[in-house]
Design a protein around this ligand. Structure first.
Ligand SMILES: Nc1ncnc2c1ncn2[C@@H]1O[C@H](COP(=O)(O)OP(=O)(O)O)[C@@H](O)[C@H]1O
Ligand SMILES: [Mg+2]
Length: 340
């Protein structure tokens, strides 16, 4: 755009200028117009003046243009160097005078730097959270095994069962982390089949029924019988995690598992009757290692905070989504939906 303006200005200067020049020359001094190919001295002077003027215009515009391009580029280059040296907080800056394209470059660079920084923070958070979750069971295991080998504890059935529980917790943690890692890298493979989900849900309900009852929860089922395309093992896993959450986090009362297919979307929903999810937790409830205040206070017994992240990973692997909705009577409904 600017370069076109410069070209236009120079062409206008040459064409119109020459027109005016010759008009004046022919009117006032016709004798000095050269009648051969060799220009007269006054024509030569005019050519020189035009050249110098064109040059001045070009230099003026180029200087102004570079003032709008170079500072943002310099800023990006400097921030890039800082980034390469490991300072992920480096950001490029620009002012209102920057050329549109240069400002866009600064903006894109800053977006990229911000994402890099967030990814680094997330990785650090994950490492810390995994280490934290591993520490408790490993400490317990190592203490008890040490006690057993030193003869401080007598090996008993109860002792072995409690060790077994710690190992199961660890292997559960590893499984959950594996599912999340696979889903994040797009490698969570599903074994899709046409499944009558009602049957799968009933079998899960049968398996956890006694535990639900012990927690004071009355389970009701509302199930559609038509077959849908899904990985039944993964859907059972998600449902189990949701029912486990109802046992751990919901107060005694009715729990309803419903399943329906509508407008080509398959839906599985677990709804409890309270006390509901902390409002500030709702936006990030499906993120890994996020737990409510009450669950955190319970420590290890509250779970790892991976359950809902796994539920979401399973829904996403099915091309769907997981949602947390406030339900009637202050309860919570967790819903998986995916295209049937
Ligand atoms: N049915 C529920 N009612 C109330 N809060 C819940 C429910 N399910 C989950 N939550 C909240 O969401 C958090 C995350 O759940 P989850 O990812 O399964 O982790 P965990 O169960 O290991 O704490 C829980 O710590 C709890 O605060
Ligand atoms: Mg849970």
């Amino acid at each position: 755009m600017t370069m076109s303006a410069v070209t236009l200005a120079v062409v206008l200067l040459c064409v119109l200028g020459s027109y005016v020049f010759y008009a004046l020359l022919l009117t006032f001094h016709p004798a000095s117009v050269s009648d051969s190919l060799v220009p007269s001295s006054i024509e030569l002077a005019w050519v020189m003046v035009t050249l110098v003027l064109a040059l001045l215009i070009a230099i003026y515009v180029a200087t102004r243009l570079s003032r709008r391009i170079l500072p943002p580029l310099d800023s990006v280059a400097m921030s890039l160097r800082q980034l390469a040296e490991g300072d992920l907080s480096a950001r490029a800056s620009t002012d209102g005078r920057a050329l549109h394209e240069a400002a866009q470059l600064v903006h894109d660079f800053n977006t990229m730097a911000q994402r890099l920084q967030r990814m680094a923070q997330e990785r650090a958070f994950w490492n810390a959270a995994i280490a934290h979750e591993l520490r408790t069971p490993v400490t317990i295991l190592s203490g008890r095994l040490q006690g057993l080998s030193d003869g401080v504890f007598e090996p008993s059935r109860d002792m072995l069962a409690s060790l077994q529980t710690q190992v199961e917790g660890l292997s559960r943690l590893i499984d959950d982390l594996r599912v999340l890692g696979l889903q994040e890298s797009g490698h969570l493979r599903l074994h899709l089949e046409h499944t009558r989900l009602a049957g799968e849900i009933r079998s899960v309900a049968l398996a956890v029924g006694p535990a639900l009852q012990a927690a004071g929860l009355e389970l009701t089922l509302e199930l559609a019988e038509q077959p849908v395309l899904c990985d039944p093992m993964r859907i059972r896993q998600a449902l189990l995690a949701l029912l486990e959450n109802a046992m751990q986090h919901a107060s005694p009362g009715p729990v309803c598992v419903s399943h329906r297919v509508r407008h080509g979307v398959c839906m599985v929903r677990v709804q409890d009757s309270g006390p509901g999810v902390d409002a500030e937790l709702v936006p990030r409830i499906f993120d890994a290692f996020q737990r409510g205040e009450a669950a955190r206070a319970r420590g290890g017994a509250g779970g790892t905070g991976l359950g809902l992240a796994v539920v979401q990973a399973i829904a996403q692997a099915h091309g769907g989504q997981a949602r947390c909705l406030p339900a009637a009577q202050g309860g919570t409904a967790f819903e998986l939906s995916w295209p049937a």
